[in-house]
Design a protein around this ligand. Structure first.
Ligand code: LIP
Length: 269
């Protein structure tokens, strides 16, 4: 099992590096920009190309594995997570940054496995080792914190009101600052690195956070739903924090809402 996981890990790292090269070299190309769920939910041919590159490469090496990919789901494929080994792929997390050549671009490929055992399951992460070695100074005073969040791509007035109300609550606590890298994956890495104390967002998708969940948890961080319960991968809501005290303070400020789930049947979305 250990050799197998190492093989998967090595392949994940190699294919993510290759994907990163393709994305970086496409930064100077002319981009054809398309939209998905809203006029500001952007996708380019590079997103689609990189996702196919990752899927093809993984299929050659691990033919039985499954995929949940951002652009494949946008093209109509299902977003159902089973117990089968599944790669959750966001080819470019931060597509808007990419379109505007704002260079916080993140290319992500994650493998996730559940090994069933009598009485329960076990999850192994294979991409999140990096942060184990980082030492962080933990801050538990919210008033000295920097909190990361995003506005997302939902321009529905009610959703925007919820987002602004939460932001107002956070700012007036007060906190030292609010930041956003433009990508959930990078925001979660910033939590793991201790550069920001917490990140929260409502409206992200499973492929935006899958890699970050592993990285934050292996760095010793805390992951919760915006109402304080466990994270539900498909619920499109996340709080990631350096520690529980900060997570709970952030959660107290959030005005929650419930976007359509990632695994909802197409008609409910
Ligand atoms: C992005 C997320 C970000 C969110 C954006 C978008 P994409 O992912 O990482 O947190 O605010 O609306 O969903 O679309 O660049 O992969």
């Amino acid at each position: 099992m250990a050799d197998f996981l190492q093989n998967v890990m090595d392949h994940a790292v190699a294919v993510a590096r290759k994907a990163g090269e393709v994305v970086c070299s496409a930064l100077s190309d002319e981009r054809k920009i398309m939209t998905k769920s809203s006029a500001v939910d952007l996708v380019t041919q590079t997103d689609q190309r990189v996702e196919q590159l990752i899927i093809q490469s993984v299929k050659e090496k691990f033919p039985s594995h499954r995929f949940i990919g951002e652009e494949s789901v946008a093209a109509g494929e299902s977003c159902i997570l089973t117990d089968e080994p599944t790669w959750i792929i966001d080819p470019i997390d931060g597509t808007t940054n990419f379109v505007h050549t704002w260079r916080w671009v993140w290319s992500t490929a994650v493998w996730r496995i559940k090994c069933s055992r009598p009485g329960g399951g076990r999850e192994r992460s294979v991409t999140a080792r990096l942060c184990r070695f980082l030492s962080r100074q933990l801050l538990s005073d919210i008033h000295q914190a920097i909190i990361a969040t995003e506005f997302g791509s939902n321009r529905d007035l009610k959703a925007v009101d919820h987002i602004f109300f939460s932001l107002r609550n956070i700012l007036t606590l007060p906190v030292h600052g609010v930041r956003g890298a433009g990508t959930a994956a990078v925001n979660m890495c910033l939590v793991a690195l201790g550069c920001v104390e917490a990140y929260y967002e409502i409206g992200i998708h499973v492929w935006d956070i899958a890699a970050g969940l592993l990285i934050v948890s292996e760095a010793g961080g805390v992951l919760m739903d915006v109402t304080g319960g466990d994270v539900d991968l498909m619920s499109r809501r996340i709080v990631a924090a350096n520690n529980k005290t900060i997570a709970e303070k952030v959660i107290e400020q959030i005005d929650p809402f419930t976007p359509p789930r990632d695994d909802a049947p197409p008609l409910d979305k």
